[in-house]
Design a binder for this molecule. Structure first.
Ligand code: AMP
Ligand code: ZN
Length: 458
């Protein structure tokens, strides 16, 4: 099996991936908060996670991927204050929170299907795991890791000596109130809510009874409860965008330690942000572009996938309309090339080894794409072998290279293309141009490439 290295945020180093057991790799990917459409920044993170899963599968692992749907408890500020995003969505659209959650969950699933992102092995939503979350808090309480305030039950982060490690947090700075809004009842600025009480003067649409009072679970708790419920007390991989490192994942890790006494997650892997106009793309920043916006502008969703593959997942990606247009052109060129390669043959072994090395080097997809284009242009390789190899690569790339039907080109056009190529070789450019024009008049474009002519329907 190929040796896979991944950058582990916990150790801040590239490490060899060694699965906890040799049968199935456990992968938990934080899912969407379903109060609005996902933006293409969010989707970049899901694309990187899809590549990780595909690389693991390409390497021969079975992957159990769990993705949660956050349908309760995610407040507008990550620091346990502000409104519940779902309740906010409900007010905005005049629908119930349950309707909002269902609608945006369906939209999210359509987005990932359009991007050729594999559906997770297990979907789970926070509101289906309330009992598990209450049980989790009870166990933390029994260990003396919680305390109650007037607005909820909190985790006492001072009791976890390793709290700061994942986020490399400077806790002395934070105690001065640098990060979190002041909540005087909290013992430490980094303490976070496990359970929030419903407000006394109004009724929430989503609330549940608990030993501590009516309310709802904290956002971090759902991911701890569901990942452990589905993947066990120790599992291989946990992913998300980099914004999750200092708060969400730091708090998950603290809860997991509180419950199990173990380092539950072996590798934490985080994707960098999509940037627009030099700033973060975000729902709250109000600058977000959805996948539908791209589709409405005439882009194939896979052009966005291609665009993301061009930048390593740990590098910022600056979105522009020019770059997505260029990605679309490259995608069409690649698909056309693969469709034009006919026949059956053994693959191009050297290229396959290079590709395997690139994807296993911390998912180096830009390098993998460079290998793809080198192979497309390599006139020494038989086209049938190229096709075979590129279709194999597509198990990881997911660029729809496998389903391409070669265009049935009429015999007459094939003959014109052959003559045109011969004229070109003889440097009879006038004849070559005339034949190209003749083909165009009959509805087919001839493109001359180092591998011979490619014919496309107009
Ligand atoms: P949310 O729905 O806000 O919980 O975010 C879903 C995922 O998208 C999380 O893994 C975030 O870390 C990630 N994310 C949010 N904004 C961006 C961005 N601009 N670029 C890439 N990923 C992002
Ligand atoms: Zn999460």
């Amino acid at each position: 099996m190929a040796k896979l290295t991944l950058y582990n945020t916990l150790t801040r180093s590239k490490q060899e991936f060694k699965p906890l057991n040799d049968k199935t790799v456990g992968l938990y990917t934080c899912g969407p908060t379903v109060y609005d459409y996902a933006h293409i920044g969010n989707l970049r993170t899901y694309l990187f996670e899809d590549i990780l899963r595909r690389v693991l599968e390409f390497d021969g692992y079975r992957v159990k991927q769990v993705m949660n749907i956050t349908d309760v408890g995610h407040l507008t500020s990550d620091a346990d204050s502000g409104e519940d995003k779902l309740e906010k969505g409900s007010q905005r659209e005049g629908k119930t929170v349950w309707e909002i959650a269902q609608f945006y969950t369906d939209e999210f699933k359509k987005n990932i299907a359009d991007l050729n992102i594999k559906s997770p092995t297990v979907w789970c939503k926070a509101t289906d795991y309330i009992a598990e979350q209450i049980d989790f808090i009870k166990k933390l309480e029994q260990k003396g890791l919680t305390y109650n305030t007037s607005d909820g039950v909190y985790f006492d982060t001072a009791q976890y000596p390793d709290y700061a490690r994942l986020g490399k947090l400077n806790l002395s700075g934070q105690k001065a109130g640098a990060r979190v809004e002041q909540n005087d009842a909290k013992r430490n600025a980094t303490d976070f809510a496990l359970w929030k009480f419903s407000p006394k003067d109004s009724q929430r649409q989503m609330e549940w009874a608990s030993p501590w009072g009516k309310g709802f679970p904290g956002w971090h708790l759902e991911c701890s409860a569901m990942s452990i419920a589905k993947l066990g007390q120790e599992f291989d991989l946990h992913c998300g965008g980099i914004d999750h490192i200092p708060i969400h994942h730091t708090n998950e890790r603290a809860q997991n330690w509180g419950l199990t006494g173990k380092e539950t997650v072996k590798y934490w892997v985080h994707g960098e942000f999509l940037i627009i106009d030099q700033g973060r793309m975000g729902k709250s920043e109000g600058n977000f572009i959805t996948l539908q916006t791209l589709i409405d502008q005439g882009f194939d969703p896979l052009a966005y996938r291609y665009l993301c593959l061009q930048t390593h997942y740990r590098q910022k990606l600056n979105f522009s309309w020019e770059s997505v247009s260029a990605a679309q052109n490259a995608l069409v060129k690649l698909q056309t090339a693969v469709a034009g390669f006919a026949g059956q043959s053994i693959g191009c072994v050297g290229y396959e080894a290079d590709f395997l090395a690139a994807i296993n080097d911390d998912l180096n997809m830009p390098k993998a794409l460079a290998i793809v284009w080198k192979l497309v242009a390599d006139s020494k390789m038989p086209v049938a072998g190229k096709k075979q190899t590129l279709i194999k690569f597509d198990q990881v790339l997911g660029l729809g290279l496998n389903d391409l039907k070669p265009e049935i080109i009429p015999e007459e056009i094939n003959k014109i293309a052959k003559d045109q190529e011969a004229a070109r070789q003889e440097k009879n450019f006038q004849k070559s141009d005339e034949l190209r024009a003749l083909s165009a008049a009959k509805g087919y474009i001839i493109e001359n490439t180092p591998n011979g002519p490619i014919i496309k329907k107009k």
